[in-house]
Design a protein around this ligand. Structure first.
Ligand code: ZN
Length: 536
C-alpha cells in the first residue's frame, strides 16, 4: 500500500485574505449583536458545540470557485473554506437526493438503509405515481435528529425539497422540521418592505426565493431557541436544482439568457425528456444558468452565516457544508442526476468549519472521503460515543483512524421510472438501464460498473504508480473493483431495511416532486404543469 498522507496543510495565501472579508464582516456583526456570550449560561460549549449542516442540493464540486472553477461562483463558500477544512476529493454515495440524504442521516450506504428506487418497485407496479410513496426508516432511533436529541440537542430542519421530508422519515427527533414547499410556509413568510434602493431591491429579491424564506425562518428559530441548550440546524438550499431559474439580478452574471429561462418555464417536465436522452437545451445555454443558480445558493449560505454571526453563535459552531449529489450538464449527452454514477454526479463539495476556526485553511486531498461521513462527524462533535462505523467516519478525527481502503457509490433503478422515460422517448433503451450501476474508488483508481462488470477504469489524478504498463495495471484495478463489489454485495445481501409506504394523500409533496423532475407511472402520465418549483 502506498504511503497516503491524509492531508496536506496549505495556507490560502493572498486569496484567503480576500475571501475572508465576508466572514470578517460577519464577525463584526457578531460583536455588535451578541447577547449570547454575556449570560455565560451555555454549558461546556467545547463539548457540545452548536452544529450547522448545510446541503446545497445538486451542487457539483468542480463548479465551486474554491474547487478551482474558472468563474467566481461561490465567494461565501470560499470564505467558509478559508476558515475551515476543504476536502478536495469528497464523493457522494448516490447520485440523487433521497438515498444520499438518507445516508447522511443514518450513516449507512444506500443498500443498507434502502431508501432508493428499489424500495418503491412494488408500489410502482400499480398505476400510482412513485412519488406518492413515502419511506419508513427501519430504525427511527438511528436517524441523525433522534440521536442528537438523545444527546441533549434541539434539532431544527428547513427543507425545500419534498424528498427530504417528514414523509421520508427525516424529521425523526427534530424539534421543528419546516417543509418550505408547503403553501402555509410561503404565506407565513413576511412580505418584504417596499424597496427604495438597489440594495433593498436585491434583499427583497432574495427574500422572495425559497432560500430566502429558509434564512428568515432560521432567524426566527435563533431568536426563539433557548440559550444554554446546544442546537443542530439542518438547511437544504435548492437553488441549483433544475429548473434553472436564477433571480433576475443574477441571470446574466455568467452569460445566461432570459429566453432560456422562459423556454424552461414553458416546458414543464422537460427535465424528464432530457434525462430520457432528448437534448432540448445545449450545455452552452444551461451552464451559465446553473452557475447563476449556484451563485444564488452561495448567497443564501452567506446570508445564513451573517444571521448566525448576528446571533453570536457562528464562531463556536461546527459548520458542515456539502451536497447530496452533483449534476450532469451535457457530458456525453447526459443531463440531470438520474441513471448514472458519472464523476460530475459523485464529486461533491465538503467543507468543515470547526469551532473557534481551528485548522483554518486546511486542504485535505484524501481520495476516499464521502458525504456519508457527515453522520459520524456530526455525532462525534456532539459527544455521541461510537458514532464512527464501517461506513461513516468522523472526519475531524480522520488522521487517527486507519485509512479507508475503498468507497462505493451506487444507483438502483426503478422499472416504472425507466418505462416512463421510454414513454417520452421511444429510443430510450429500458433494458440498457435495468441493471444497477456502481462506482468503486480505491486510493489510485476509479472504476465504474454496470451490474457486476467493470466498464471503465481511470486513474485518480496524480495517483498512477510507476513500474507497470498502464493497461495491465488498469485491468488489474478493474478486476480488483469487481471483486470488491462482489464482497460488498455479499455482505449486504438482504440488508435493505426501510420500506416504502403510501403517502399519496400529500398532494403538495407530489406536485412539488413532479415539478423537480420526478415521476414514474405505468401509464406514462405527463407531469402536472405548474410554475417552477424553486422560486416563488
Ligand atoms: Zn438532491
Amino acid at each position: 500500500m502506498s504511503c497516503r498522507a491524509n492531508e496536506h496543510e496549505r495556507g490560502w495565501r493572498g486569496r484567503s485574505r480576500v475571501l475572508a472579508l465576508s466572514i470578517l464582516l460577519a464577525a463584526g456583526c457578531e460583536r455588535a449583536g451578541g447577547s449570547a456570550g454575556k449570560s455565560g449560561a451555555r454549558p461546556a460549549p467545547e463539548h457540545r458545540p452548536n452544529i450547522v449542516l448545510i446541503v446545497i442540493d445538486t451542487a457539483r464540486a468542480d463548479h465551486f470557485s474554491c474547487y478551482g472553477y474558472g468563474a467566481r461562483t461561490t465567494p461565501n463558500v470560499d470564505a467558509l473554506a478559508a476558515h475551515g477544512i476543504l476536502f478536495r476529493n469528497a464523493r457522494s454515495v448516490a447520485p440523487w437526493t433521497l438515498p444520499s440524504h438518507m445516508s447522511m442521516f443514518t450513516g449507512l450506504p444506500p443498500r443498507d438503509h434502502g431508501a432508493t428506487w428499489a424500495a418503491f418497485s412494488e408500489p410502482g407496479k400499480t398505476s400510482r405515481k412513485l412519488v406518492e410513496f413515502g419511506f419508513a426508516p427501519a430504525e427511527p432511533e438511528r436517524m441523525l435528529g433522534a440521536r442528537l436529541r438523545a444527546a441533549g440537542y434541539r434539532a431544527y430542519g428547513f427543507s425545500p425539497n419534498p424528498w427530504v421530508s417528514r414523509n421520508h422519515g427525516f424529521a425523526e427527533g427534530f424539534e421543528g422540521f419546516t417543509e418550505l414547499w408547503r403553501k402555509e410556509e410561503q404565506s407565513s413568510t413576511p412580505s418584504p418592505k417596499r424597496a427604495t434602493t438597489p440594495e433593498e431591491q436585491l434583499r427583497n429579491e432574495f427574500q422572495r426565493t425559497r432560500s430566502g424564506a429558509a434564512v428568515t425562518a432560521v432567524e426566527r428559530m435563533l431568536a426563539e431557541h433557548p440559550r444554554g441548550e446546544p442546537f443542530f440546524l439542518f438547511v437544504n438550499f435548492l437553488d441549483s436544482h433544475f429548473p434553472y431559474d436564477p433571480p433576475h439580478s443574477l441571470r446574466d452574471r455568467f452569460g445566461g439568457k432570459t429566453e432560456t429561462v422562459t423556454a424552461i418555464r414553458e416546458n414543464p417536465g422537460c427535465e424528464f425528456r432530457m434525462i430520457a436522452g432528448l437534448p432540448l437545451f445545449s450545455p452552452e445555454e444551461l451552464v451559465p444558468l446553473y452557475d447563476a443558480d449556484l451563485f444564488a445558493a452561495d448567497r443564501a449560505v452567506g446570508e445564513l452565516m451573517r444571521r448566525l454571526a448576528s446571533a453570536g453563535v457562528l464562531e463556536d459552531a461546527l459548520v458542515v457544508l456539502t451536497s447530496d449529489h452533483g449534476e450532469l450538464l451535457g457530458e456525453n449527452g447526459r443531463y440531470s442526476h438520474q441513471l448514472y454514477v458519472d464523476e460530475p454526479l459523485m464529486h461533491v463539495p465538503l467543507i468543515l468549519k470547526l469551532p473557534g476556526g481551528e485548522r483554518a485553511g486546511t486542504i485535505v486531498d484524501d481520495p476516499l472521503v464521502t458525504n456519508l461521513d457527515v453522520y459520524a462527524t456530526v455525532l462525534a462533535a456532539a459527544g455521541v460515543e461510537g458514532a464512527s462505523g464501517a461506513f461513516s467516519r468522523d472526519l475531524i478525527a480522520a488522521a487517527r483512524q486507519p485509512p479507508r481502503e475503498l468507497l462505493i457509490g451506487e444507483y438502483a433503478p426503478s422499472r416504472a421510472y425507466l418505462d416512463y422515460l421510454h414513454g417520452l422517448n421511444d429510443r430510450f433503451d429500458v433494458e440498457d438501464h435495468l441493471r444497477e450501476r456502481f462506482v468503486v474508488y480505491t486510493p489510485e483508481f476509479r472504476t465504474e460498473l454496470v451490474g457486476p462488470t467493470a466498464v471503465a477504469t481511470t486513474p485518480l489524478s496524480g495517483r498512477m504508480l510507476d513500474g507497470m504498463p498502464g493497461e495491465a495495471r488498469l485491468a488489474a484495478a478493474a478486476r480488483a473493483a469487481e471483486q470488491a463489489l462482489v464482497e460488498y454485495l455479499a455482505a449486504r445481501d438482504g440488508a435493505r431495511s426501510g420500506k416504502a409506504r403510501f403517502a399519496g394523500d400529500d398532494l403538495e409533496s407530489v406536485a412539488e416532486l413532479e415539478a423537480l423532475g420526478y415521476a414514474g407511472t405505468e401509464d406514462h402520465e405527463e407531469p402536472a404543469p405548474g410554475p417552477p418549483a424553486k422560486q416563488r
